[in-house]
Write a protein that binds this ligand. Structure first.
Ligand code: S3P
Length: 175
């Protein structure tokens, strides 16, 4: 399939890059967190608090299964924990070209400190939690990705240019 998929840790820029890429490439954008919130008619925080993380993870997998039935080419940004399930990594590969927006723990912390919308980071020491989680997740993100983009210190324009070049390259290979 011909979608462009953005994965990476919370705060790595997937949502913003997804929106801006959608303008550039003239393709609609889908965000799995937003899809789930729309279907559930409640926020991710409410969902975690009431039904727990496992329920949310199952909803993420369902969301991917639904996307696999779509035709057309989309920009898809996914929740930071979605690539942790093996079946999800396989689904991501089936969906299209997967970009891992990779950022250091310091970059992430600076971007999302004080954010209350991410249930997994509501703890006394979010900085350490971010570092530990990135260490645990990096290998899964790499396994899911076709392209790894280090984003620290880069402007959105630079990131978009790099993704666009790779998308074009991939398009040529597919012809
Ligand atoms: C999560 C990331 C969040 C959201 C949920 C869990 C994670 O999405 O899906 O809070 O496990 O990393 P963003 O990466 O868009 O913040």
């Amino acid at each position: 399939m011909d979608n462009v998929i953005l994965i990476g840790f919370m705060g790595s820029g997937k949502t913003t890059v997804g929106l801006r890429l959608s303008y550039r490439l003239r393709r609609p954008v889908i965000d799995t967190d937003k899809e789930i919130e729309k279907e559930e008619k409640r926020t991710i925080s409410e969902l975690f608090a009431i039904d727990g993380e496992e329920y949310f993870r199952a909803r993420e997998t369902q969301c991917l299964q639904k996307l696999l039935k779509n035709t057309g080419s989309y920009i898809i940004s996914v929740g930071g924990g979605l690539p942790l399930r093996k079946e999800n990594r396989l689904f991501l590969h089936e969906l299209g070209q997967v970009f891992y927006l990779r950022a250091d723990a310091e970059t992430i912390y600076e971007r999302i400190k004080g954010d209350k919308t991410r249930p997994l980071l509501q703890c006394s020491d979010p900085k350490t939690k971010i570092r530990t989680m990135i260490e645990q997740r990096d290998a899964y993100y790499r396994e899911a990705a076709d392209v790894v983009l280090q984003v620290d210190g880069k402007s959105f324009e630079q990131i978009l240019d790099e993704i666009e070049a790779q998308v074009q390259e991939n398009g040529k290979c597919r012809q």
